[in-house]
Write a protein that binds this ligand. Structure first.
Ligand code: FE
Length: 333
């Protein structure tokens, strides 16, 4: 009996402590366009370690930005996380984000601003069949427009945010006219009407539907660990070409301005930037980490060093509308 009352007193004392410590609920609300298993695992880990309940709402990056704009006067979400830099511009322009109070010393430079930080980096590259095309000669996206590759190029549709960011980046680097020429050349060489996701492009290359495809590197890593034997086979037979100036996009995270649980949001962001979480992103999802304290996954190492093209993540989204117009003009479905 005495033991029980002692326990009760302890519990009461504990709950008094926590209610004094924070006025926030023990929750954090996330809007996420990162729909990967590794994220769900990490969020459960965060819940277990902190006792903070994670409410996850998934959607597409641009749609979540629209929702955040609608809710701006009374935000519901504490955190927004997504898979491409093109949403950064509208997020900043619409003043959706809060200043981040996190320590950025261990982060790779160039991958954060006052109100955002990259969670991971991803390279969009050219892939080919190592067995049937052992000595590929192409080195960059422009090479794929050569008439000798007529009916040989595979890509997913222009509605893919990865292609939107890739081509918006081209406008940022080389201007609209050069980008239109590149797009036209690619469309002229398409092996088929764009269909399927990134993995499907790799599968099509191995099936002999075309010689080269454009895709994100982490899908090759994901296919290597797939439970489907066909995907493992494709991953082993695919070779990667990092263009001279490789397009590296970011998956980024930000805290929503005036959000209901800012302290919990900051804890979660710090957790996702911890060595543990960053290693998971690299090892389970094949993404490049943003911490300069951990080595790149052994899985990514054989693919070698590469040159990253200069890119201004904060203004990339400025070119989104122009990019969509160009996709339309060149008939990239
Ligand atoms: Fe993806």
């Amino acid at each position: 009996m005495r033991k029980l009352s002692l326990l009760l007193i302890l519990l009461l004392a504990l709950s008094a402590c926590t209610s004094v410590k924070t006025e926030e609920s023990k929750e954090v609300n996330i809007y996420s366009a990162r729909n990967y298993d590794v994220d769900k695992d990490l969020l459960i880990q965060f819940e277990n370690e902190t006792g903070i309940k994670v409410n996850l709402f998934e959607g597409k990056g641009d749609e979540l930005i629209e929702r955040l704009k609608l809710e701006q006067s009374e935000p519901i979400a504490d955190i927004f996380m997504t898979v491409g830099a093109e949403t950064l511009y509208p997020a900043l322009q619409n003043d959706l984000l809060a200043d981040l109070g996190i320590n950025k010393d261990t982060l790779e430079s160039g991958y954060y601003g006052d109100k955002w930080v990259a969670l991971t980096r991803r390279a969009r590259v050219i892939v080919y069949d190592k067995v049937n095309n052992p000595n590929p000669t192409v080195q960059n996206l422009n090479d794929l427009t050569d008439p000798q590759y007529s009916d040989q190029i595979l890509s997913r549709s222009s509605t893919s945010s990865y292609n939107l960011a890739l081509m918006a980046h081209q406008i940022q680097l080389n201007g609209k006219d050069a980008t239109k020429e590149l797009m036209l050349g690619l469309v002229n060489n398409f092996a088929r009407t764009p269909t399927g996701n990134d993995r499907d492009q790799a599968k099509a290359v191995i099936a002999g539907l075309g010689q080269y495809a454009i895709m994100n590197t982490y899908y090759v890593a994901a296919m290597e660990r797939s439970s489907e034997p066909e995907e493992v086979k494709v991953a082993n037979q695919i070779g990667l070409i990092y263009p001279n100036e490789t397009h590296v996009n970011i998956s980024w995270i930000g805290q929503i301005k005036n959000s209901p649980n800012p302290t919990n949001a900051q804890l979660l962001i710090e957790f996702l930037l911890s060595e543990t979480a960053q290693k998971e992103y690299a090892e389970k999802n094949g993404e490049y980490p943003v911490l300069n304290t951990i080595p790149v996954s052994s899985l990514l190492l054989p693919w070698g060093d590469f040159n990253k093209a200069e890119i201004d993540y904060e203004t990339l989204g400025q070119y989104s509308i122009e990019t969509v117009q160009l996709f339309d003009e060149v008939g990239w479905e």
